[in-house]
Design a protein around this ligand. Structure first.
Ligand code: HEM
Length: 407
């Protein structure tokens, strides 16, 4: 295969900043192809990505077992893989159905909607502090602190611990966004993973003795009724909720505001039509998807797009590309906040569809609408935004805007 088509190119700063021309090239030249550099099939077309996400022959149980890690010289990664094991995202079929049903019970769309006024209060507080300054870094001042505060509240962990939670979770997420086998910050990741496990173990113990009205207590109650979830599963899935619950939402908010400012006519529309917010958030999710890809492992030989995938081979499904597929979305590189028929794959699809989608949508809606209402003169600062060096979790490292009326 031509190395210029390898996913390794995504780490080049220019492609990281704007991966879409590269995705379009893949869609035209090799919509499903074997990438020898990442040792996986790569799939970029909407039809194939959506079909693969709902295909039971493609499993999310894709973690290498300890022996395989050791034989590849990756024994240092074993404690990290051990945390991922038994998380919703890495189990399938009856095991997944059992755990997902239980998490669904504790994590309802109603609970997310009930959080709306709390989310509004936190957004208002965060914006109060930037108003007098006349400028803000959208990532640092809003998109970063909001989701971690909300997920901390929902899980029922003390808000004072949120800097610590953020550091652990950032370390953990950095392993998931690199094609390198051993991360540069391995020592820090190992320490974070171990500390996070001990932290949730202790919190769960406290909630067992004194339940509260929070997600961890609800999960414990479900566990005690049905005895269906072990302590280790509980800890690992709290870590998943923490990591999945804030990183991606941070990026929805910052990427969304950035895109709105890049398309001034859409920003004007957003400002004048308050009913458009829900549809605008969907378009932001499609246009700059915070989770760019996922992967699956073939349980059997199967065919995708005319290619034979062998049992045990891995397929990388790029939702970020599928969401810009011209065969599915007319004029896909145009950002249109009133786009109809916008069934993007930003939250995945089928059995593993994002558990937190309702919450993420409410957070995005409240945050972005409040910014627009309070700062109608919002505009980009001279300092250009920079993208984070993570090819999976797509987000800005910093993004400076002016919120005042001076020129
Ligand atoms: C699953 C994206 C916010 C919790 C997923 C998947 C995607 C995704 C693409 C499916 C992955 C796959 O099939 O391999 C996003 C995006 C978010 C977001 C773009 C924000 C804009 C959240 C929030 C939470 C959350 C706020 C929780 C508080 C989860 C969980 C799963 C998941 C637990 C696993 C579901 C399962 O395997 O059954 N998310 N997510 N996510 N997400 Fe989210």
């Amino acid at each position: 295969m031509n190395s210029s088509l390898s996913l390794f190119n995504l780490m080049h700063p220019d492609i990281l900043a704007d991966p879409y021309p590269f995705y379009h090239r893949l869609q035209t030249e090799a919509p499903i192809h074997w990438d020898p550099y990442v040792k996986a099939w790569v799939c970029t077309s909407y039809t194939e990505v959506a079909a693969a996400l709902r295909d039971p022959r493609l499993s999310t149980e894709r973690l290498l077992p300890s022996e395989a890690l050791a034989s590849l010289g990756l024994q240092d990664m074993i404690p990290i893989y051990a945390v991922l094991e038994r998380q919703l995202l890495f189990i399938d079929h009856s095991d997944h159905t059992r755990l997902r049903a239980l998490m669904n019970r504790a994590f309802t769309a109603r609970r997310a909607e009930e959080m709306r006024s709390y989310i509004q209060r936190i957004v208002d507080q965060l914006l109060d502090t930037v108003e007098s300054r006349g400028s803000m870094d959208v990532v640092r001042d809003l998109a970063y602190p909001l989701p971690i505060t909300i997920i901390a509240e929902l899980l029922g962990v003390p808000v004072e611990d949120r800097e610590q939670l953020k550091k652990w979770s950032d370390d953990y997420a950095s392993v998931l966004g690199s094609f390198q086998s051993i991360p540069d910050n391995l020592a820090s990741v190992l320490q974070s993973v171990s500390e996070m496990g001990a932290y949730f173990d202790a919190i769960i113990l406290r909630r067992r003795q004194e339940p509260r009205d929070d997600l961890i207590s609800a999960l414990i109650a479900a566990q005690e009724t049905d005895n269906q979830i072990s302590q280790a599963e509980l800890i690992k899935n709290c870590i998943l909720l923490l990591a999945a619950g804030h990183e991606t939402t941070t990026n929805l908010i910052a990427n969304g505001i950035y895109t709105l400012l890049r398309f001034p006519e859409q920003k004007d529309r957003f400002l004048t039509d308050p009913t458009i917010v829900a549809s605008a958030i969907e378009e932001m999710l499609r246009y700059e998807s915070p989770a760019q890809y996922t992967s699956r492992k073939a349980l059997t030989d199967l065919e995708i797009g005319g290619q034979l995938i062998r049992q045990r081979q891995v397929v990388i499904l790029i939702m970020g590309a599928a969401n810009r597929d011209p065969a599915r979305f007319p004029d896909p590189d145009h950002f249109d906040i009133s786009r109809h028929d916008n069934k993007h794959l930003a939250f995945g699809y089928a059995a593993h569809f994002c558990l937190g989608a309702a919450l993420a949508r409410v957070e995005g809606q409240v945050a972005i609408q409040t910014v627009a209402q309070r700062f109608p003169l919002l505009r980009m600062d001279l300092q250009l935004p920079t993208w984070r060096e993570n090819v999976n979790v797509r987000g800005l490292a910093s993004f400076h805007v002016r919120v005042d009326s001076s020129a």
